[in-house]
Design a protein around this ligand. Sequence first.
Ligand code: SAM
Length: 241
Amino acid sequence: MLTKTDDDSNTLFSDRYQQTYHSTFGASTESAHVFLHGSGTHDRLRDKRPTRILEIGFGLGLNCLLCADNATNNKTYLSYTGIEHSPISAAALIELNYGQLLDSPTLASDLAQIILDLPLKPGSTKRGLLGTYCNLTLHTEDATSPVLLERLKHGSRYDAIFLDAFSPDVNPECWTLAFLLQIQSLLAPNGRLATYCVKGSVRRNLVKAGFIVHKYPGPKGKREVLWANLASANRPISRSE
Ligand SMILES: C[S@@+](CC[C@H](N)C(=O)[O-])C[C@H]1O[C@@H](n2cnc3c(N)ncnc32)[C@H](O)[C@@H]1O
């Protein structure tokens, strides 16, 4: 069901998870605040640093489109890997009208075309370009799949990981210590994980998985959100190293 949020950007309600895909206080505002800015991606692209992002829960592609738009504005390359077990249809994406939020609206039609061509088989991967600067790889698979995680470990590490599954009460597999340990190993030494979820059990799991957690004020409707970096990146180098 299409829902207009307070900043006029649209989202959907998921019958399966009984939650909206984004905050009803502002889908686009939340996405930009928590993921584009909170992950350090905005600053990296502004400084013209090519950036690699991994997203857990690609959903409606809003985070991806905002980042691709930013990369396009900055003429800086972005490699975006999304994992989603239940991709939306191209028709639903067109109805969301995310092109209206972008400086380069055709990025949304590029994404609709990639989704239109998606193989329906779970476990498949589709690659495509969003404009000139964003290379998208979309894995239609469960993010906790050991086969997929093993494949990702063979690639370069990510500068940012967006943890954007539904909340832990309805979508627990994406917030376990075991899963956080897996994605920790995919983050570049100076990379950042970003998420809207500041639940105590999630923060404790992040710390146990080797992250330092930084809470900061959230967008309208959310007191706090967080970003996390690798504790090992802050470790002083000993004389023997
Ligand atoms: C909050 S929505 C993501 C919104 C999205 N990031 C965006 O920018 O539009 C959560 C998404 O995670 C997906 N999801 C939940 N559990 C998953 C899992 N185990 N593996 C892959 N995707 C999952 C859901 O299908 C849903 O699309």
